[in-house]
Write a protein that binds this ligand. Structure first.
Ligand SMILES: Nc1ncnc2c1ncn2[C@@H]1O[C@H](COP(=O)(O)OP(=O)(O)OP(=O)(O)O)[C@@H](O)[C@H]1O
Length: 260
């Protein structure tokens, strides 16, 4: 799967019921690469993620995911939405929610294999929630639940991870576990699209950054895109991009990366 095209979008226009949210989106993503969507509240990040996941049809333009229309290959795509309803609707234990990450492979009624169970246990370990396995989901804190849903995404072992604010509610330890897990997913060849407000953390993972403000303000490598001017163009306020160095996380090692 090395370096194969995962997402290709050209002249893509996204929105709801004929009303455009962001027009003229152009980007590509290969296996083993990450792209971070960073922008103002309501700028279209979740809308783009839902379009890539096949949950929302594009208004116009082209988008291909694994060379087919979005939503056609659920086994290969894991989606973490911003809001999670299942814990409040059904009396689920934490481990049941993580096991759902295997449903695209087994179906709702399919027999779990030893490999399925191992992936579930591994994912819970990676997110530090093994001890919460039998707890009712609704008894867990917001950050604990977020770790469980991240474990569900990891258990899926997908080729494309679509993550909407994955660090929402996580403490410092949880953020670190997530960053290491996301890096490991990239290193095994998965692609990652992530909407985030953590500019520096996600830039450390991603090969590209898309700055959004109801339009694509800038797109490119983090070092080129995250500048005082582009942050001003996006957020309308002065943000010093040098207040915290971006540490590029690479497979096997990390190093400080000088930005312009
Ligand atoms: N279901 C919907 N129907 C109609 N409009 C919607 C719907 N969901 C979102 N919108 C609108 O689309 C625009 C983009 O919303 P979106 O959720 O993509 O923003 P976002 O960048 O993810 O924001 P945030 O950082 O606050 O999560 C907003 O103006 C929002 O009001």
């Amino acid at each position: 799967m090395a370096d194969s095209a995962v997402i290709a979008a050209s002249s893509l226009n996204i929105g709801y019921e004929g009303v455009s949210v962001v027009a003229d989106i152009n980007f590509g993503l290969n296996s083993g690469q990450g792209i971070a969507l960073i922008g103002t509240n309501g700028s279209g990040k979740s809308t783009l993620l839902k379009t890539i996941a096949g949950l929302l049809p594009p208004l116009s333009g082209e988008i291909n995911v694994f060379n087919s229309r979005p939503g056609r290959q659920p086994k290969r795509i894991a989606y973490l939405g911003q809001f999670h309803a299942s814990g409040f609707v059904l009396p689920l234990r934490a481990v049941d929610v993580v096991r759902m990450g295997r449903f695209p492979h087994r179906g709702l009624l399919g027999q779990f294999t030893g490999d399925d169970e191992a992936r579930v246990q591994d994912a819970m370990k990676v997110m530090g929630v093994t001890g919460l396995a039998d707890a009712p989901l609704r008894s867990l804190s917001g950050g604990q639940q977020q770790r469980i849903y991240l474990a569900q995404v990891l258990a899926h072992h997908a080729d494309l991870l679509i993550l909407d604010e994955p660090t929402s509610g996580l403490d410092a330890g949880g953020r670190e576990l997530y960053l290491q897990a996301a890096r490991d997913e990239l290193c095994r060849g998965a692609a990652v699209v992530v909407a985030t407000h953590d500019i520096h953390e996600e830039a450390s993972l991603c090969h590209q950054v898309m700055l959004m403000a109801h339009r694509v303000v800038a797109l490119g490598p983090p070092a080129e895109v995250i500048t005082t001017q582009s942050l001003m163009d996006t957020f309308g306020i002065a943000i010093d991009p040098n207040q915290k160095p971006i540490t590029i996380l690479e497979c096997g090692h990390s190093h400080d990366h000088e930005r312009k």
